[in-house]
Design a protein around this ligand. Structure first.
Ligand code: MSP
Length: 500
């Protein structure tokens, strides 16, 4: 049995969960569900990033202690993920005692191994990002994300010897030991490492109280990124449960948007190399959603709330739309009118209608009972081949994390099944009294629905479960034609996607 460990970034607890966070989380969920269905030993981690000056500020504004504030707001992420049927195995919070003690131990080790030294740092600091910027990273002298001039800050700080790892990281990325996808993102990082190179990292703050104290100097707290990145290993048991850690680490896929690739491809592997831990296998980077061309954020007031959308479009509707509409590496503009179109066309017309008309016909012409039959005419075999081929196309597309191609492959099977119904015209067969051919055709239709429910399962888990219930089965069979039992009883349930 293979293992599969997939992660999302841990989201800033200070933000509200929006459709951008949902994109990464849903993508990770699809991979986790696919691998579970394939029998792999899966661990799927997500969570919230809770330390730093910004969180303490928000807590103070809300008249709460930082911990109380985090306890209240981190629940919002968990609630949204539940609503979207996210099947994470663990929800990590950087204020979890196990994470705090793991980070403490990690810091001690880095210090003992000689990778930390004390110095003075002066730089351009953006409070919004909680990070320093180099001049050339600024746009018109302003932080590109917050559009605000950073402050010049000088402080005593501990440095992590990041620069020592430049060449080893570059070699790991170039050899594919640490794969960065898509290719253009990999090139962005390798040229950065080759042309600019890493400088040592100011990894502690004396002014930020809401953080994890350095074990060797508790008047400093760990830089929030050093703390946060470590969630990927503390979340699978390092160092408290090494059996679990060895079972799942290294991560097979770490998903994120392009905004945080740089830290994940520099500080993160350097920390692991310093600790002599294996590197994650793949960093898979997706694009950014904008709304009407603007970045989405709480402060801009344009953050799209996935919970509100799910009320109208269902969780599966949202899951389908965001993975189908955009290529995973590309940026995309989120539009409710496109969501509406896709819901009505792909989900209500194509998928929902297929399932409901197939089952309605079995009820109408055969009292809901299916008779076993082989796919024996050309048109039957063509349906069978298209449907079964969709598994391979879906899985190879998902291997490339091309979620939109995977869904397109599944929808080819859906369209083919709809064409089959139109071409074989069971209503005409019934009228003509051709009961034998009618039984074969309806068997093939039900069999196609069976496989389509398996094909959509990682993407649309609720719809897949409803379809299985209509087929009277608890689980779908393997990707082999003939899963529908002789005399199987099916029932046409509620419409899967009522038209809006
Ligand atoms: N807390 C850090 C991550 C630490 S991981 C060790 C952070 N959090 S965040 O809340 O800002 O989330 C960043 C991630 O959320 C992005 O990398 C991406 O996965 C997702 N997205 C947030 N906004 C997004 C869009 N508008 N579009 C697509 N994804 C975006 O950074």
């Amino acid at each position: 049995m293979a293992k599969f460990y997939v992660t999302t970034p841990i989201y800033y607890v200070n933000d509200v969960p929006h459709i951008g966070h949902s994109y990464t989380t849903i993508a990770a969920d699809v991979l986790a569900r696919l691998h579970r269905a394939q029998g792999d030993d899966v661990f799927f981690l997500t969570g919230t990033d809770e330390h730093g000056a910004k969180v303490a500020e928000s807590a103070a504004k809300a008249g709460k202690s930082p911990q109380e504030f985090c306890d209240d707001v981190s629940g919002r992420f968990r609630d949204v993920w539940r609503l979207l049927n996210i099947s994470n195995d663990k929800f990590i919070r950087t204020t979890d005692p196990a994470h705090v003690s793991a980070v403490t131990k990690m810091l001690t080790e880095l210090n003992d191994r000689g990778y930390i030294y004390k110095g003075e740092y002066t730089g351009l600091y953006c409070v919004g990002c909680e990070r320093y910027y180099s001049r050339d990273e600024l746009v018109d002298g302003k932080c590109p994300l917050h559009n605000k001039e950073p402050e010049i800050v000088s402080e005593e700080t501990y440095f992590f010897k990041l620069s020592e790892f430049n060449d080893r990281i570059l070699a790991a990325i170039e050899s594919g030991e640490l794969s960065i996808e898509p290719e253009e993102r990999k090139n962005e990082i390798t040229s950065f490492l080759r042309l600019e190179g890493l400088t040592d990292l100011a990894m502690s703050r004396s002014k930020v109280e809401w953080g994890i104290p350095l074990p060797f100097d508790p008047s400093h707290t760990a830089y929030v990124w050093v703390d946060a990145l470590f969630n990927y290993v503390s979340g699978v048991g390092w160092p408290a449960d090494m059996a679990m850690f060895n079972r799942f680490w290294p991560a097979d896929v770490e998903l994120m948007a392009k905004d945080i690739l740089r830290v994940h491809a520099t500080i993160w592997p350097a920390m692991l190399l310093a600790l002599e831990l294996p590197l994650p296998k793949r960093l898979v980077i997706h694009g950014f959603f904008t709304v009407d061309g603007h970045k989405m954020s709480k402060s801009l007031g344009n953050a799209i709330d996935p919970a509100a959308l799910a009320m109208t479009y269902t969780a599966d509707g949202i899951r389908y739309f965001i993975l189908r509409e955009f290529g995973f590496g590309q940026d995309g503009d989120f539009s409710v009118s496109r969501l509406n179109e896709r819901y009505n066309k792909d989900l209500a017309n194509d998928l929902g209608n297929l399932v409901s008309r197939v089952l309605a016909m079995v009820e109408k012409y055969q009292n809901g009972v299916v008779a076993a039959a082989a796919a024996d005419e050309e048109i039957d075999r063509s349906l069978r081949d298209t449907v079964l081929n969709a598994y391979r196309s879906r899985d190879t597309a998902l291997e490339r994390v091309a979620f939109n191609d995977a869904l397109a492959a599944v929808w080819q099977a859906v369209s083919e099944a709809n064409r089959y119904v139109d071409a074989t015209a069971p209503w005409a067969l019934d009228k003509a009294g051709e009961t034998k051919r009618l039984a074969v055709v309806l068997y093939n239709c039900v069999e196609a629905v069976h496989h389509i429910s398996a094909l959509i399962d990682p993407f649309l888990p609720e719809t897949a479960a409803k379809t299985r219930a209509m087929l009277g089965i608890a689980a779908t069979g393997p990707a082999v034609w003939g899963q529908t039992r002789d005399k199987a009883k099916v029932t046409k349930g509620e419409s899967l996607f009522p038209r809006l």
